[in-house]
Design a protein around this ligand. Structure first.
Ligand code: NAD
Length: 499
């Protein structure tokens, strides 16, 4: 069947979709050892899609033992890099071959528009796997500069058993950023998707197996963070824990690692990214269009969302009008309608959180310019209008705390130094943008910003070639690019003194 073009066609496909909620351990789908399940509820209409295995410590133990055995067997890690490359490329190709099904699962599970899950999530996840696979037979070790009678080799080895705990906002893509370099460099992986969006991770397991990844090398454990997530993080035989999620959980994972085996911990955490618009921005309309997208794309459930809009006072009123206008393009619609740009919020808890922050903004004295309402309530789904606040100062909770919803705070400034000071006055340091026509001002500002990604005259650029991650409490380590291999490998120095 060709890719659906209308909401009705997507709905028809959804009606015929089979959902698998089982764990995948050692090449087999299975229920949780204790038989526990939880309901996987679609935020589009509140309907239960399926029951999902709620894994716990026993499942974690089993998966880790299988992952360890697979690692020790060498079936994957000793395979030539070209062989791992070909297998992973097959995996990426299979993802694309199943793009409609994967996109639909993602949309039904967490509410994002089908246009995005099909146009962004699936291809970007497949590209992450393909790009990384293509790189793995092109990364070399080093030969140290030594005296004549010595040889020093610096090589990289897979770290062993990797547990990857990921969030619900880009379930497949965040998983791909972890599993691609982990698998490419020869590790065994246990993927723990968010309890709010487990379906694509579970489906990927079968595709990985079909591509030829050996049993035990790629396992998927659905379940809650405080049960199976915690069990993996505390496990004495997990060598490396990679995470994308909130800063609060990231902090807890460092404690678990310290309390257990000092496993390596790599964290991609929260953000409160500043988007700085100077009066001399080259194109104010473009800046406004992108400022709106920066907070409304994916319902604002984006770690790099440009939630603090810093605008030079001389253009503030004019610019806010442009942004308010641009936000009209982001009014919520049915996620299966290909025309929809803004879908449903992931679940009731997240919905309540967003609505409570909108109340907090009002109580703090910010001016509500537009949005702020629940819409499409009759659908049974969770839909929030993109919301624009003016008159915000950086100390307000809506400016300092990560909301993870489509709520934009406008903060005025008068000098570049003031803008930089406000931008950096955050516990986070994930991303930032600066809009100006002046080359020196652009680069001076970019240099001064304490953030892992800085965009000049656009928002949210980059691709697999560039590292992604945060300064400060936005995390450590980097996903994407060749730098990602650092997280999944140990460096070994082998020294030989010649007779
Ligand atoms: P979360 O921290 O609540 O959960 C993330 C994952 O951690 C889930 O799989 C969850 O089950 C698990 N978890 C929760 N408690 C745990 C525990 N005690 N032990 C082990 N695992 C546990 O985050 P979320 O709500 O799923 O996602 C939103 C957050 O993710 C936001 O803060 C966002 O900024 C962040 N995020 C960051 C990036 C990035 O690259 N920096 C990307 C996307 C999302």
């Amino acid at each position: 069947m060709s890719t659906p073009q209308t909401r009705e066609q997507w709905q028809q496909l959804a009606d015929n979709l089979t959902f698998n909620g089982q764990a995948f351990i050692n090449g087999q789908y299975q229920n949780a050892t204790e038989g526990d399940t939880f309901a996987c509820i679609s935020p589009i209409n509140g309907q239960v899609l399926t029951e999902v295995a709620s894994c716990g410590p026993a499942d974690a133990n089993q998966a880790v033992a299988c992952a360890r055995a697979a690692f020790e067997s060498g079936a994957w890690r000793h395979a030539a890099p070209t062989e791992r490359k070909q297998t992973l490329i097959r995996f990426a190709d299979l993802m694309l071959a199943h793009q409609d099904e994967l996109a639909l699962l993602e949309t039904l599970d967490m509410g994002k528009p089908i246009r995005d899950s099909l146009g962004i999530d699936v291809p970007a996840a497949a590209r992450a796997i393909r790009w990384t696979a293509e790189a793995i037979d092109k990364v070399f070790g080093e030969v140290a500069p030594t005296p004549h009678n010595q040889i020093g080799l610096v090589t990289r080895e897979p770290v062993g058993v990797v547990a990857a705990i990921v969030p619900w906002n880009f379930p497949m893509l965040m998983a791909a950023w972890k599993i691609a370099p982990a698998l490419a460099s020869g590790n065994s992986v246990i993927l723990k998707p968010s309890e709010k969006s487990p379906l694509t991770a579970i489906r990927l397991a079968a595709l990985a197996q079909e591509a030829g990844i050996p049993a035990g090398v790629f396992n998927v454990l659905p379940g809650y963070g405080h049960t199976v997530g915690k069990a993996l993080a505390l496990h004495m035989d997990v060598d490396c824990l990679v995470f994308t999620g909130s800063t609060a959980v990231a902090r807890q994972l460092m404690i678990y690692a310290g309390e257990s085996n000092m496993k390596r911990v790599w964290l991609e955490a929260g953000g409160k990214s500043p988007n700085i618009v100077f009066a001399d921005a080259p194109d104010l309309q473009k800046a406004a269009t992108e400022a709106a997208a920066a907070v409304a794309f994916n319902q604002g459930e984006v770690c790099t969302a440009g939630t603090r809009l810093l605008v030079e006072e001389s253009i503030r009123i004019r610019f806010i009008a442009l942004v308010a206008d641009a936000l009209k393009q982001w009014q919520p619609g049915h996620p299966l309608d290909p025309a929809t740009s803004c879908g449903a919020v992931v679940d009731q808890a997240q919905f309540d959180r967003i609505m409570s922050y909108i109340d907090i903004g009002r109580q703090e004295g910010a001016t509500l310019v537009s949005g702020g309402q629940r819409v499409m309530q009759a659908s049974g789904g969770l839909f929030v209008q993109p919301t624009l606040f003016d008159g915000v100062n950086n100390q307000m909770r809506i400016a300092s705390e990560e909301i993870f919803g489509p709520v934009l705070s406008v903060i005025g400034f008068t000098t570049a130094d003031e803008a930089i000071r406000i931008a950096n006055d955050s516990i986070y340091g994930l991303a930032a943008a600066v809009w100006t026509s002046e080359l020196s001002k652009a680069h001076k500002t970019a240099r001064a910003l304490r953030a892992g990604s800085v965009w000049i005259n656009h928002y949210d650029g980059g691709d697999m070639t560039a590292p992604f991650g945060g300064f400060k409490q936005s995390g450590n380590g980097r996903d994407k690019s060749l730098h990602a291999f650092d997280k999944y490998t140990e460096l070994k120095a082998t020294w030989l003194v010649l007779d």
